[in-house]
Design a binder for this molecule. Structure first.
Ligand SMILES: [Zn+2]
Ligand SMILES: [Zn+2]
Length: 358
């Protein structure tokens, strides 16, 4: 457990310009909040995108912003109304806080709240910091058999849980997952946990496919430099899916993968867009139409997703530990970002500023 008092924070000033700065330790702002010492934070593609481009879509970094949103930590203080957590509890941090009053919030889809305050999404600071104050119901107590390092992987796993829920997978079904980055790998593992009997991971990097095979996927397919229809045909042939897949999940955001998805999905099947890339692409809408494909989007995570993600780890159904390539001390945060950018790691964790790394 972190016992220091540092609130050193890793701050993005502008593209490729980062600094470490000691910020005031936040306090519990309401009786329902808790203060958490951050132990570990994973780096996500979106963090690297802000570091590299200073913006994602219409979210533009205008003022210095603390990066990071995939964290686990240890409760150090609780507000007077908090009954479910106490100092010393280890928690996974859900890093987006909705308004709780709007139509999407009240209908149970708080991930779609227009007033969402999400960590490391401008203008809100992220969790690569010493201490984090949050509403207690967005801090999920980790079972004894789930480590704090695994706890930092709950965030991307919750993303995968949400995507996979959108695919409505039934036991025995076949699922194709485009992209074998962390979220794609986790979608494959969650699909297996949901009872899919065939899960195909697709990527353009052989080492990622090799990893996928030992993780959640039953089959892998290396995308070829041919047309989407051609790729879909050879995928179906190589992976024994003559009628196409029951569900196809795109976790890549890449245009050719999305196009291939629509040609791989079976008649009456489901296609879910989880990955984010270019905002507009050429989309094979005729395939969607004539096969009566159900298409769904997926954005972050909502009611029950964190809880299920923790359950999948605690029960041993998804071994997130395998995704952790390395853990680095806080002062190596920028090097860690560069490693993610260069594709040298699957998931790198940055220890909190009060956390020692052996
Ligand atoms: Zn993330
Ligand atoms: Zn709301």
């Amino acid at each position: 457990m972190a016992d220091g008092k540092s609130n050193l924070s890793f701050i993005l000033n502008k593209v490729h310009d980062v600094t470490f700065s000691e910020r005031p330790v936040p306090d519990v702002a309401t009786p329902h909040d808790v203060l958490v010492a951050v132990n570990y934070t994973g780096i996500c593609g979106s963090d690297v995108h802000y570091y590299d481009h200073g913006a994602i879509g219409h979210f533009v970094v205008k003022d210095p912003m603390v990066l990071g949103h995939e964290s686990a930590g240890t409760v150090v203080k609780v507000g007077s109304a908090v009954t479910t957590l106490k100092a010393g509890d280890r928690v996974a941090l859900e890093p987006g806080y909705p308004c709780r009053h709007c139509e999407p919030c009240l209908s149970g889809h708080y991930n779609l709240c227009p007033e969402m305050r999400f960590a490391a999404t401008p203008p809100y600071d992220g969790t690569l910091t010493g201490f984090w104050a949050a509403p207690n119901d967005f801090c999920y107590k980790l079972p004894d058999n789930v480590s704090l390092q695994e706890g930092a992987l709950i965030e991307p796993l919750a993303v995968a849980v949400h995507i996979t829920k959108q695919a409505r997978i039934q036991p025995g079904q076949s699922v194709v997952v485009m992209g074998a980055g962390p979220v794609g790998l986790l979608c494959a593992a969650v699909a297996r946990a949901y009872g899919a009997s065939k899960v195909v991971s697709v990527d353009i990097v052989q080492s990622k496919l090799d990893f996928a095979k030992g993780f959640g996927s039953t089959h892998t397919y290396m995308s070829k430099r041919v047309s989407a229809e051609e790729n879909a045909r050879s995928l179906k042939e190589e992976c024994g899916l003559p009628d196409g897949a029951d569900a196809v999940i795109d976790a890549s955001g890449a245009e050719p993968s999305i196009q291939t998805s629509l040609h791989v999905v079976r008649v009456g099947g489901t296609y879910v867009q989880g990955g984010m890339g270019k905002p507009d692409i050429t989309f094979p809408i005729m395939a969607l139409c004539i096969k009566e494909v159900t298409a769904r989007g997926s954005f972050r995570y909502g009611s029950g997703d964190y809880k299920l993600a923790i359950e999948l780890v605690a029960s041993g159904k998804v071994d997130v530990k395998k995704l952790i390539t390395t853990v680095v001390p806080f002062d190596q945060a920028e090097e860690a970002f560069k490693k993610v950018k260069e594709g040298q790691v699957i998931k790198i964790l940055i220890a909190g500023p009060n956390e020692k790394v052996e």
